[in-house]
Write a protein that binds this ligand. Structure first.
Ligand code: SF4
Length: 327
C-alpha cells in the first residue's frame, strides 16, 4: 500500500456524515503522507472539503457513468466511505487498481481490499464506524478523532456580512431527514428569546429553503431581533455564518455537525435519533433529550404523539445554553 501516489477518497453524501468521517480521512492522510489526496463528493457537500487542509483537490461527482469516465487512469487507489454498490462500481469501471471499503451492499467482489462492519461500532460515535473501516483495511488510526473544519477567512468574512453588526446566536429548527427529528418550533423561538436577552445577542435562523416557512413562523413569534437566512446561503456561506455565532440551538442535523466541527458552542435536542452514534463531536456541545421507551426509532415521521420531543422543555434548553455561554 506504500506505493500509493494518487489516492481518491469517495465522500459520504450527507453533510453530517462528511464531518463524522473526517477523522478517518485524516488517518488516510497520515498513512499516505506523500500521496495526492483527492476527494470525490456530491455537489451539495463538496465545498465542505475546502475547509479541510489535508485534502489536495475536490471533484464533484456527476453520477456513476460520468465519474467512471472522468476518473479513468487518474488514481492508484480509491477509499470508499459510503457503503453503496454504485460507488464501488464507479471506481471499478474507472479501472482504479486498488479499491477499498466495507464489504456491504453486495459489492465485495468489486473491492480489492474489504472488511465487514464490526459489531463493536454500534452504540459508539459514528467517527468510529469510519475509523474501524480503515483498521479493517490495515490502515492505522491514531490519536483522538479530529473532526474539525477550518473555516476559510473569506467564508467567515462573508458570514459576518450576511449577519450584520452585533453578537449573534443561531437557531437551526429544521432537519432534512424528517419532522420526527425536529423539536417544537415555538420552543426554539422561546429558548432563543431567553438566551438572546441574557446574552445581548440577535438571532439568526439558519437552514435550507424548505425550512424558510418554518423559520418565518418562528421569527414572527419572537421578541429578540431576528434574521431569517434559511434558503439564502450556499454551503460555504452557511459555514461562514455558523463560524460567527456565539452559540447554536439545533436539532440533530448537518448544520449541527458543521457547527461542532467549527468549535461553535451548541445545544442539540435529540429525540428519535441515536445520540450515542450521531451526537456532535468535540468542542463545547451539549445534548438535551428526555427518556422515551420508543427512542431511538430512527423514523422520519412520528407515528404517535412525538413525546420524545414534547417532553423537552424550553427552560432546560435555555439553561444549558446559558451555562455554555457563561463557561
Ligand atoms: S416514535 Fe417515539 S422516538 Fe420516534 S419520534 Fe415518536 S415519540 Fe419520538
Amino acid at each position: 500500500m506504500s506505493e500509493i501516489g494518487r489516492l481518491l477518497v469517495r465522500a459520504p453524501n450527507w453533510v453530517g456524515d462528511v464531518v463524522l468521517s473526517l477523522p478517518a480521512l485524516r488517518d488516510a492522510r497520515r498513512a499516505f503522507p506523500d500521496a495526492r489526496l483527492e476527494v470525490l463528493a456530491r455537489g451539495w457537500v463538496a465545498d465542505l472539503y475546502r475547509a479541510v487542509p489535508e485534502v489536495d483537490a475536490v471533484r464533484e461527482s456527476q453520477g456513476l457513468a460520468a465519474d467512471a469516465e472522468a476518473l479513468r487512469g487518474q488514481h492508484d487507489a480509491a477509499l470508499l466511505l459510503p457503503n453503496s454498490f454504485a460507488t464501488a462500481l464507479a471506481v471499478w469501471r474507472a479501472g482504479i487498481p486498488e479499491r477499498w471499503g466495507y464489504a456491504t451492499d453486495g459489492r465485495g467482489l468489486l473491492l480489492t481490499r474489504r472488511c465487514p462492519v464490526p459489531p463493536a461500532v454500534r452504540g459508539r460515535s459514528q467517527v468510529y464506524y469510519y475509523r474501524a473501516m480503515l483498521e479493517g483495511l490495515g490502515i492505522a488510526t491514531e490519536g483522538p478523532p479530529d473532526a474539525t473544519l477550518r473555516c476559510p477567512g473569506e467564508w467567515s468574512d462573508r458570514g459576518a456580512e450576511l449577519l450584520g453588526e452585533g453578537a449573534w446566536i443561531g437557531v437551526n429548527p429544521g432537519a432534512f431527514y424528517g419532522s420526527a427529528k425536529r423539536w417544537l418550533p415555538e420552543r426554539f423561538g422561546a429558548a432563543a428569546d431567553i438566551v438572546a436577552r441574557r446574552a445581548g445577542a440577535k438571532v439568526a435562523l439558519v437552514g435550507g429553503p424548505k425550512e424558510r416557512p418554518l423559520a418565518e413562523a418562528i421569527a414572527e413569534g419572537m421578541e429578540a431581533p431576528v434574521r431569517v437566512l434559511c434558503g439564502e446561503t450556499t454551503l460555504a456561506e452557511l459555514v461562514g455564518v455558523l463560524s460567527r455565532l456565539r452559540l447554536l440551538l439545533t436539532n440533530d442535523s448537518g448544520p449541527m455537525h458543521v457547527a461542532a466541527a467549527l468549535g461553535v458552542p451548541l445545544v442539540a435536542v435529540f429525540g428519535s435519533t441515536d445520540w450515542t452514534e450521531t451526537a456532535p463531536v468535540g468542542g463545547a456541545s451539549r445534548v438535551v433529550r428526555e427518556h422515551a421507551d420508543c427512542a431511538p426509532c430512527l423514523l422520519r415521521e412520528c407515528p404517535i404523539d412525538h413525546h420524545c420531543m414534547t417532553r423537552v422543555g424550553v427552560d432546560r434548553v435555555a439553561s444549558e445554553a446559558l451555562e455554555l455561554l457563561a463557561s
